[in-house]
Design a protein around this ligand. Structure first.
Ligand SMILES: *[C@@H]1O[C@H](CO)[C@@H](O)[C@H](O)[C@H]1NC(C)=O
Ligand SMILES: *[C@@H]1O[C@H](CO)[C@@H](O)[C@H](O)[C@H]1NC(C)=O
Ligand SMILES: CC(=O)N[C@H]1CO[C@H](CO)[C@@H](O)[C@@H]1O
Length: 350
């Protein structure tokens, strides 16, 4: 099985490199969700949750901060490259999201957003319904540029990626007694599933037919989660990982239901739990030497404004670190995750 997966991945990579000089495999790539995929929308919001200052972006193509919560590229940046795009979908709220550039897709994601609207509201991020509202505006602009028929082909042929849920748990549920005293993790997951299901049905209603959703990562292994919830140990927090696995199973079941309900939809659940868990628990085999501590600052907790040019202890080279900051993988880890996404996403490009 893993041999077959490897073979399929190899074939896909070969195919992708074959096409990457010509037209992309799909007309456009649209991205929704949280900080795992935000490329700068939060720069333009009155939120504290930003990453548009050094050392963020120091290993990016431009060696400058962009608003990405990473030292370099996100997994979705690699995905865009693998699909044959020569540029990354720009942040909806950025200056780059203008003119013909918008035809190959837009990124609507906003750090600290989630399936639960109040998570986004808490941090003044864009809720998913708000992201969808901007998506509708994007669709109107595309229609104006290329006409209705061509635009509809773009909408149905494009890949729509959703990455959310981590902030709902880490930045809200686990620290918010108004939630964790009222709902069990399971009940909270059920609420998130309703929102996910509504979001996918709305996208489908707007003509999207190729949709990918990422699972939760092993939230209990994020450096900041170990520090905050690990009771002084240096091990992944089993309780959080158990909640993530349970959420992921629900996500899988909900997606099966949506597929049976929505004719012609291609909906892929991308597992990022296992690939990231492998990097964390078997770092050396995967070319890393540090998976507990992140590169930025002490590596125990810093993210967003706490990870800045004056943070003490930031590593000089993040290449061999699984995590860049307390919550987010490094560029090297993102590249490995993107390869795994590619292997799982065959259905969306066929
Ligand atoms: C979803 O469920 C299917 C079969 O029920 C399984 O093969 C697949 O690995 C699951 N995916 C995830 C991401 O858990
Ligand atoms: C970081 O380390 C990697 C390998 O360990 C090396 O290939 C790379 O050149 C280094 N980068 C910098 C900026 O020193
Ligand atoms: C907070 C912020 O930077 N807001 C800006 C977002 O972008 C619009 C125009 O694209 C500006 O008018 C805002 O000032």
């Amino acid at each position: 099985m893993s041999f077959l997966r490897g073979l399929l991945g190899g074939l896909l990579l070969a195919m992708v490199f074959f096409v990457s000089d010509g037209d992309p495999l799909v007309p456009a790539l649209c991205i929704f969700g949280d900080s795992v995929v935000d490329v700068g929308n939060n720069n333009n919001l009155s939120t504290l949750i930003k990453a548009n200052f050094p050392p963020y972006g120091r290993d990016f193509v431009t060696h400058r901060p962009t608003g990405r919560f990473c030292n370099g590229k996100l997994a979705t940046d690699f995905t865009a490259e693998y699909l044959g795009f020569t540029s990354y979908p720009p942040a909806y709220l950025s200056r780059e999201a203008r003119g013909k550039r918008i035809l190959t897709g837009i990124n609507f994601a906003s750090a600290s957003s989630g399936y639960y609207e109040r998570t986004a509201n808490l941090y003044r991020a864009l809720t998913l319904p708000h992201q969808l509202k901007y998506y509708r505006v994007w669709q109107r602009k595309v229609v104006n540029l290329v006409g209705r028929t061509k635009a509809n082909n773009i909408f149905s042929g494009s890949i729509h990626l959703i990455s959310a849920g981590s902030s709902d748990f880490i930045q809200n549920y686990y620290i918010n007694p108004l939630l964790n005293r009222v709902y069990s993790p399971d009940q909270f997951s059920d609420i998130l599933m309703q929102s996910y299901s509504t979001f996918v049905q709305n996208l489908y209603g707007l003509g999207a037919r190729k949709i990918g959703v990422t699972t939760l990562p092993p939230t209990g292994c994020l450096p900041a989660a170990i520090t905050l919830f690990g009771a002084g140990t240096n091990h992944c927090v089993a309780r959080l990982n158990k909640d993530a696995i349970s959420f992921n199973n629900k996500l899988n079941r909900t997606s099966q239901n949506l597929k049976s309900k929505l004719p012609g939809i291609k909906l892929v659940v991308f597992d990022i739990y296992q690939p990231l868990f492998d990097l964390i628990t078997k770092p050396v085999e995967n070319g890393f030497f540090e998976s507990r501590k992140a590169c930025c600052g002490t590596g125990m907790i810093e993210t967003s404004f706490l990870c800045n040019a004056r943070s003490i202890g930031t590593c000089s080279n993040a290449t061999n670190y699984v995590f860049w900051d307390g919550f987010h993988p490094s560029e090297t880890a993102n590249e490995k995750l993107a390869q795994s996404l590619l292997e799982q996403g065959f259905e969306l490009i066929s």
